[in-house]
Design a protein around this ligand. Structure first.
Ligand SMILES: NC(=O)c1ccc[n+]([C@@H]2O[C@H](COP(=O)([O-])OP(=O)(O)OC[C@H]3O[C@@H](n4cnc5c(N)ncnc54)[C@H](OP(=O)(O)O)[C@@H]3O)[C@@H](O)[C@H]2O)c1
Length: 390
């Protein structure tokens, strides 16, 4: 782990979507990366990282080290020697690990991972006199709010789900601890991240992917039904065109017109690298899209990609559909967790991030990028066939 000052990075969350892309970006940039993480079943952390670096087509050689750690335990669950060695040469720390479940039934687990387990990592940052701690938060730590969200500490007290709540609490705990210990801190707040804008590659297929996948599942149910006589589908006015396109009268009701703040993972990585190399101290950065697409655009892209027509987006305050057909009932259930993010009127101020990246923005979300990312998702069966789940 020896390296010139600032070139040695401790990274958590490297077995997840953003952390893995970040690990690859850091290695490609010549950083010495030490990953703190956990095994999966009987697959050791080092083997998990080897699979990932192969997937990225990277040979890290001696530049990558894996240390199995337990964030919920004192000294990260390491023995005195291992902890001392880690502290001796820690450099910068990027804390990217997080429980990303939105589900209320997972509240204890989410709070445990995202908030209650922080002291061990924060003690490590202090004990090692870390050069800098970067905490990967989310733009949605701002909770339920309107208007312009600034790159400032969270003030919200009301949240859309336990995940947002935990990330807001984590920001506060980490800020206080770093103020006390004197460890320089930056908080990074990405919005919703999708795959690589050029290769289409991704490691996790939730959020945007989940909504598109939901429509594809519904399409398959009704195409199969129509091919077998279409008793149910015909009753609701679903039919197949001569060219195989499914007419699927699916109304998506949302409370207001707004957009979906999406960024590609390569923009996320480039921006984080830029921040790591140029940021000041105790600052917050929105890594968001300045010109986000609206839900109509996403619906149009989804229809074109999936060979479907008939989807309509309607606006009403209650967000409820009257007399829903079976496709609408199913879609409503599937997309419910993502509803707050699909008609977003908020503007995420990006002044500080812009200052650091010299105005480089996320690329426009074109159909070509959407198609590339979704084609990748379908090819790996929405993650099932990627072989990286362990
Ligand atoms: N994806 C997005 O669109 C998005 C948007 C905004 C912010 N973020 C933030 O970006 C970060 C990474 O998100 P992601 O989408 O990459 O998440 P992810 O794919 O779900 O990966 C989560 C990572 O955290 C690790 N982790 C979770 N619980 C843990 C625990 N109890 N102990 C140790 N490690 C644990 C996971 O390790 P295992 O592999 O061992 O489970 C994995 O490496 C998070 O902080 C998230 O809040 C993500």
């Amino acid at each position: 782990m020896q390296g010139e000052s600032g070139r040695s990075i401790i990274l958590t969350g490297a077995t997840g979507f953003l952390g893995a892309f970040l690990m690859a970006g850091l290695l490609e940039r010549g950083y010495q990366v030490t990953v703190l993480g956990r095994p999966s079943g009987d697959i050791r952390l080092s083997d998990r990282l080897t699979r990932l670096t192969r997937w990225f087509n990277i040979d890290p050689g001696e530049k990558l080290a894996a240390i199995e750690a337990d964030f919920s335990k004192k000294h990260l669950g390491l023995d005195d020697k291992a902890y001392g060695d880690l502290c001796a040469d820690a450099g910068k720390i990027i804390h990217c690990a997080s429980d990303t479940s939105f589900a209320e039934r997972n509240r204890d687990r989410v709070m445990n991972t995202n908030v209650e387990s922080l002291p061990s990592l924060l003690d490590f940052a202090a004990d090692s006199r870390a050069e800098h701690l970067y905490y990967v938060s989310t733009a949605y730590a701002c909770g339920r709010c309107d208007g312009i969200c600034m790159e400032t500490p969270v003030t919200a007290r009301s949240f859309n789900n336990v995940y947002e709540e935990s990330k807001a609490q984590a920001e506060e705990v980490i800020r206080r601890s770093c103020e006390d210990s004197g460890v320089p801190l930056s908080i990074l707040r990405p919005s919703i991240v999708y795959g690589h804008s050029k290769t289409g590659k991704a490691l996790k297929f939730n959020a945007l992917y989940y909504c598109v996948k939901s429509i594809s599942v519904i399409r398959d149910i009704f195409v199969n039904d129509l091919r077998q006589g279409g008793g149910k589908s015909g009753k609701w006015g679903f039919f197949l065109d001569d060219d195989g396109v499914l007419y699927l009268p699916l109304r998506i009701h949302l409370p207001n017109r707004g957009s979906v703040n999406l960024i590609p993972v390569d923009y996320f990585v480039e921006t984080v690298l830029c921040i790591i190399e140029h940021s000041g101290t105790n600052e917050i950065y929105h890594i968001t899209c300045g010109d986000p697409p609206d839900i109509m655009t996403l619906a149009e892209y989804s229809q074109r990609f999936l060979g479907v027509r008939g989807i309509r987006v309607l606006w009403n305050q209650s967000g409820k559909i009257t007399d829903p057909n079976p496709a609408e009932e199913l879609f409503e259930r599937l997309f419910e967790p993502y509803r707050p993010y699909l008609s977003d009127n908020r503007i995420f101020d990006r002044s500080r991030t812009h200052g650091i990246t010299h105005g480089v923005s996320a690329p426009p979300f074109t159909y070509e990028i959407f198609e590339n990312c979704m084609a990748y998702a379908v090819a790996c069966e929405w993650g099932k066939a990627a072989g990286l789940s362990g």
